[in-house]
Design a protein around this ligand. Sequence first.
Ligand SMILES: Cc1cc2nc3c(=O)[nH]c(=O)nc-3n(C[C@H](O)[C@H](O)[C@H](O)COP(=O)(O)O)c2cc1C
Length: 184
Amino acid sequence: MKVLAICGSLRAASYNRSLLRTAAELAPAGMEVEMAEIRGIPVFDEDLEKEGMPEAVAELRLRAKAADGLLIGCPEYNYGIAGPLKNAVDWLSRPHGEPRTPFINRPVAILGASMSLIGTARAQAQLRQTLQGCGALTMPSPEVYVIRAQDKFDAEGKLTDQQTRDAVGRLMAAFGTWIARLKG
Ligand SMILES: Cc1cc2nc3c(=O)[nH]c(=O)nc-3n(C[C@H](O)[C@H](O)[C@H](O)COP(=O)(O)O)c2cc1C
């Protein structure tokens, strides 16, 4: 099965991208994880949408639709979903009413890393609600909230904390089961 891992941060040294790479590394047998970026996606504007789907959106949309499941690395900004990620989700949820957007009935899993002691819990809760609005089938548990990310990754972006690695591995195993169950 194919999973597209969408990084919700644009930052070159993003902890969330490193977390997604770890998830790819720990994916169960039979699951292939590809990385995707949201760089280049313009700020959503219905007038711009009328001119046609921007290239960066069209490309991400195609890749998302071709995947069996989406894995989203969710940063937290000011107690909520980081703007670039929400913007990307809004684009992917379009056109409104279209029965085959990349989210409709698609299995999704969320995980996130932040520098505080909250580990993106607030942003992930908001993202769950948004994905519900998009018609996605978001896996309810297990959840992964990486707190104090600056202590958990080394300078090369390797997740060095074993407990957190185990939690990511459990999430990926459960996501494999979630996808298989929803497909069957
Ligand atoms: C504008 C802004 C607001 C932030 N607000 C929060 C916050 O509410 N909660 C939190 O845990 N971290 C917050 N942070 C810190 C982020 O956790 C940190 O920048 C993290 O590295 C972002 O994810 P990334 O490494 O994937 O880019 C904020 C950072 C920025 C730039």
